[in-house]
Design a protein around this ligand. Structure first.
Ligand code: HEM
Length: 404
């Protein structure tokens, strides 16, 4: 998705000129000269800790892990009512993502039981089967379009499986999910959301009629909870369950495969010592913060000498946590032996990712099955990788090859 506000916002008088950067997070400077998305976003570490850009309606950006952790620890001061930048982009109720405490907790209570390590652990066999089937589909060819043939498919098929829906519908789901997340404008976003909502409403109605004890049955049962306020809450929870794990898991798989393709020694280590897979998965997660999320500042507050005013918008760029040398030495390196890596990739505080254990499991299974089945692989030299920025950062091209 490209920047949706071509006009530059005027700098408010309280924003010091030394804090101003010309930064459009959909097209971070550097991407146009071929830099990868992390390198391009990382230039923000060359300036002040808190910066303001006139792009996308005009907003603040916190560039350091310590500030992002503080922002996430103050969910009332930094409301998620504007969780997409520019403000106004998020106009659908998506509980729990854009609900502030104390109401937020009631929606987490519906979803949490289905995403505990034990609950997602019960999906391990199915996720493994799906992963093996996808890999075996292209393994004999000696090459694959990793983005299209693996990373964009795996999380959708896992979700369809959670729903108990046939995987033949995955093309349709992929189209809707990507249409929603990458919509160039509000109208396209509304159209994609309407198609997803219509389909998911049908699933929720089925679960109402015959509950199965699964996530969608619990979401449907919210309709009979005394705290239920509107059908939008039910559809919103169903939508979030589908959308939140799509581009995020896809992005993580892509960036991981890219790193591995350029580091045969890491491939070999995983293949020869699969017991390090959980640590490797954790390190790939730490290194690849993916989400660019918004906050609405609800009260005037000063941080590091900068006055942030109520009503202003702030962007949290998780990739900058992953690359912050102040909290993690040599932060840009992937190091399976790292002892000091704390992950901010799933956020922190009340809005911390509900799907983190599922994402971890998908990563672990991917690393195990890929390194077990695919011999040493590399990037197709004729088609260099392409990464992009957006609400979730990701890759649009990653073509891999191996000898057969
Ligand atoms: C690599 C994969 C993933 C990454 C990097 C990721 C990242 C995040 C982050 C950073 C947040 C917090 C947002 C904020 O504070 O601004 C979040 C929240 C959330 N994630 Fe994930 N996520 C991933 C996978 C998933 C999966 C698989 C699901 C479930 C299907 C999921 C569901 C959610 C939900 C529902 C929230 C909102 C939680 C709340 O507001 O209380 N995520 N995720």
């Amino acid at each position: 998705m490209s920047s949706s506000t071509p006009n530059l916002a005027e700098r408010p008088p309280h924003v010091p000129s030394e804090c101003v950067v010309d930064f459009d997070y959909f097209n971070p400077p550097g991407i146009e000269r071929g830099e990868d998305v992390f390198t391009a976003l990382g230039h923000l570490h060359e300036g002040p800790d808190i910066v303001w850009t006139p792009r996308n309606g005009g907003h603040w950006i916190a560039t350091r892990a310590e500030d992002m952790r503080w922002i996430r620890s103050e969910p009332l001061l930094f409301s998620r009512k504007e969780s997409l930048v520019p403000a106004g982009m998020m106009h659908t109720l998506m509980p729990p993502t854009n609900i502030d405490p104390p109401y937020h907790a009631r929606f987490r209570a519906v979803m949490n039981p289905f995403f505990t390590p034990a609950a997602v652990g019960r999906m391990e066999h199915r996720i493994r089967d799906i992963t093996i089937e996808l890999i075996e589909g292209f393994r004999p060819k000696g090459e694959c379009d990793f983005v299209e043939q693996f990373a964009r498919i795996m999380p959708v098929v896992v979700f369809l499986d959670m729903l108990g829906l046939p995987s033949e519908r995955r093309g349709q789901f992929l189209e809707w999910g990507r249409g929603y997340i990458n919509a160039p404008d509000n109208e396209s976003k509304d159209r994609a959301a309407a198609a997803i909502a219509e389909f998911l409403t049908g699933v929720l109605d089925e679960r109402d009629a015959s509950p199965r004890g699964d996530l969608f049955s619990a979401i449907a049962a919210w309709r009979t909870n005394p705290r239920f306020q509107s059908e939008d809450e039910v559809i919103g929870m169903a939508m979030v369950s589908f959308l939140a794990g799509l581009d995020t898991v896809t992005g993580l798989l892509n960036f991981t495969a890219w790193h591995l393709a350029e580091h045969p020694e890491a491939q070999l280590r995983l293949a020869e010592g699969p017991e390090i897979v959980p640590r490797a998965a954790e390190e790939y997660i730490r290194r690849h913060g993916l989400s660019n999320s918004g906050r609405l500042i609800t009260e005037d507050v000063t941080r590091k000498g900068v006055a942030l005013k109520a009503g202003e918008i702030l962007l949290v760029v998780d990739a900058l946590c992953s690359m912050d040398e102040r909290v993690c030495p040599d932060a840009r390196a992937v190091d399976f032996d790292r002892q000091d890596g704390i992950t901010d990739t799933f956020g922190n505080g009340v809005h911390r990712c509900v799907g983190e254990h599922l994402a971890r499991l998908e990563m672990r299974i991917f690393l195990e099955e890929w390194t077990r089945r695919i011999p040493e692989f590399r990037i197709d030299p004729a088609r260099p990788p392409v990464s992009y920025s957006g609400v979730v950062i990701g890759m649009s091209r990653l073509d891999l090859r191996w000898d057969i």
